[in-house]
Design a protein around this ligand. Structure first.
Ligand code: FO1
Length: 320
């Protein structure tokens, strides 16, 4: 591992694909005792009686090096025999479960039924896949994103996968957020005097990061703590790199820009990393009291992920 000396602990807040890419970059620079990845679970849902945790799956598979890079979710080299069999029964097939991927959901569901917490199950899955950096769900309690749209209120996966993000978004609700307790490891880290930085990965600010920030005491813990909070903009040159972030911003009457992302996070941020193609927004972001670092944020290769992670850590003051 190409580790660099980082005297402090780093917490990365992640959704699916974009977050997992940066988490992978960070994992190449930091030891397991230096990096903790806290993952959104508000996309989770039950399907055929199985608990699916898409963002945990994506982060876990990415850190294990077994993710499908083209599709963005699921396992590389997957086969789809199960889906063919489901279709023969005219069963629901809008959410695709791969033949090997389904083992993850079977094991997770059975262990949850046996009384383990989602954290315990995730630790088992990660250990089994050889993931050495700690990956934790944001909470062991259920939080579920509901999307307010012009076609009614839709559970997140129905909006995202079944309806392919076509309905027009008017807002979001996170069911269960008020009762949900943030993961105790996350809470302890927010209070840890050796916490060096909190990195908000380039995940969807509305549906991937908001649920994490919306958990009890998280925002206040982040604003009141000493560790800098650094976001990486998921918007580059007026468009989202992947997924519906840009479409959502337009529908919520926000400009699709790195500036709008910075303004959305507001006083939570010490700094934001933006792509050089958004250089003309730096001044306006700085006027919000948020520092700006400009480096390439598009992560096509593993080296791109490591380079961006290195820039984020340097910006946070964790590297010389
Ligand atoms: N995304 C899709 O667009 N279509 C799918 O059929 C699909 C299946 C799926 C199965 C397991 C899993 O862990 C994730 C899966 N995803 C699928 C990804 C997914 O649900 C979304 O990308 C996230 O929720 C958004 O972060």
């Amino acid at each position: 591992m190409n580790t660099v000396a980082c005297p402090k602990k780093i917490v990365a807040l992640s959704g699916g694909v974009g977050g997992a890419k940066l988490a992978l970059g960070l994992s190449h620079l930091l030891r397991p005792d230096e990096l903790t990845v806290i993952v959104n679970t508000a996309d989770d849902f039950d399907h055929f009686g199985l608990r699916i945790s898409p963002d945990l799956d994506t982060v876990m598979y990415t850190l294990a090096g077994i993710n499908d890079m083209e599709r963005g979710w699921g396992l590389a080299g997957e086969t789809w025999g199960l889906m063919g069999a489901l279709e023969q029964y005219a069963a629901e097939s809008w959410f695709r479960l791969g033949d090997r991927d389904i083992a993850t959901h079977l094991v997770r569901s059975q262990r949850l039924r046996d009384g383990e917490s989602l954290s315990q199950v995730t630790a088992h899955l990660c250990r089994s896949l050889g993931v050495v950096h700690p990956v934790w769900p944001m909470s062991d309690d259920p939080v579920r994103t509901m999307v307010n749209t012009d076609r009614g209120i839709l559970p997140f996966q129905q909006y995202f996968v079944r309806e392919r993000c076509n309905p027009k978004v008017t807002g979001f609700q996170f069911e269960g957020i008020d009762a949900a307790r943030p993961n105790s490891i996350f809470v302890d880290l927010l209070r840890d005097t050796t916490l060096g930085a909190i990195v908000i990965c380039p995940s969807n600010p509305f549906v991937s990061v908001s649920p994490i920030l919306g958990l009890r005491d998280v925002r206040t813990g982040m604003v009141g703590g000493n560790a800098p909070v650094i976001a990486v903009s998921p918007i580059v040159a007026g468009a989202a790199l992947k997924g519906p972030t840009g479409k959502m911003m337009r529908e919520l009457n926000m400009p699709v820009s790195a500036f709008a992302v910075a303004a959305h996070y507001g006083n939570l941020l010490s700094g934001i990393v933006i792509d050089p193609s958004d250089a003309d927004e730096a001044e306006a972001i700085r006027a919000l009291g948020i520092e700006v670092q400009m480096v390439p944020t598009i992560m096509n290769t593993l080296q791109d992920r490591i380079d961006l992670a290195k820039s984020v850590l340097t910006f946070a003051g964790c590297l010389q």
